[in-house]
Design a protein around this ligand. Structure first.
Ligand code: 13P
Length: 280
């Protein structure tokens, strides 16, 4: 069942656990994530970056593929199809029109006033279609979709201004996490995270989940994080297994075997994250 982010994230906030967002890149990725989350019986958010959507043939292709997999694989857990880091109103509108149930508008590269203006435009359109909206304040650094950015941490004042000025459904405040691999230990600002959580009723989102140690994940959840995004970690798990398969089977050229050889490693990585996010 395709759902928006509303109930699954509020349930997580109340229950003090985090819903995973796993980013998808292709059919196999989507299938593996859906199967493993169904197996674990947890709600999942499928994150689709603009680059990944383009790679897969566009938002309509992604939406049709996800809906068809839910039906054909008998997936009964709540599944949220979410645009990750939408960069403009037009991009978010395209995803919504194609059937996405949730979008992130990331106007965080603009000044706060402009971020609020763009985000509000997306919220006004999305809410007409029961689509939930996540937005970013401060700026999450690191590398994603081959784009590298530097970080600026969010302040409580800016978070309040963005939320009150837009009516968004969830907030991703930049507080030290980065996309991709960390250079050294992550340094998250838990104090500001907790203060933001005390002053807001909407769920908070942690981007850059790859490489954040177990104890920091637990602390982040206790500070109000209800959704954690994972992309790079699944890519690395998949890649390690495929490299091994190719070196051991140099004459195997069937793409189903080559791509499929990363399946178990991906599922193990998904399982580990789910255990961590549910405080098990
Ligand atoms: P990682 O690639 O660091 O896991 O981050 C994913 C993410 O935040 C997607 O928005």
């Amino acid at each position: 069942m395709l759902v928006n982010g509303d109930k699954i994230l509020h349930d997580a906030k109340v229950g003090k656990y985090a819903v995973p967002q796993f980013n998808i890149n292709n059919l196999e990725w989507t299938k593996n994530i859906l199967e493993e989350c169904q197996n674990q019986n947890i709600a999942v958010i499928l994150g689709v970056s603009e680059g990944a959507a383009k790679y897969m043939g566009g938002y309509k292709v992604v939406s049709a593929m996800v809906n068809a997999l839910i039906e054909e694989l008998n997936i009964t857990i709540p599944v949220c199809l979410h645009l990750d880091h939408g960069t403009s109103f037009e991009s978010c509108k395209k995803a919504i029109d194609a059937g996405f149930s949730s979008v992130m508008i990331d106007a965080s590269k603009h000044e706060l006033e402009e971020n609020i203006r763009i985000t509000k435009e997306v919220v006004d359109y999305a809410h007409e279609f029961n689509v939930t909206v996540e937005a970013e304040v401060g700026h999450i650094g690191g590398t994603e979709d081959n784009i590298t950015a530097s970080s600026t941490n969010a302040t409580l004042e800016d978070c309040l201004a963005l939320v009150n000025g837009t009516n968004i459904d969830s907030l991703a405040p930049a507080l030290g996490s980065v996309h991709g691999l960390y250079k050294g230990e992550p340094n998250l600002d838990f104090e500001t995270m907790a203060r933001i959580n005390e002053n807001l009723s909407i769920p908070l989102v942690l981007h850059g989940g790859t490489g954040i140690p177990d104890y920091d994940i637990k602390k982040a959840i206790s500070c109000g994080i209800s959704k954690i995004n994972i992309n790079t970690e699944l890519q690395i798990a998949w890649h390690e297994a495929v490299k091994k398969f190719v070196s051991e089977n140099p004459n195997s050229y069937d793409p189903r075997k080559v791509i499929g050889s990363g399946k178990d490693a991906m599922k193990e990585a998904i399982q580990a994250k789910i255990t961590m996010f549910n405080n098990k």
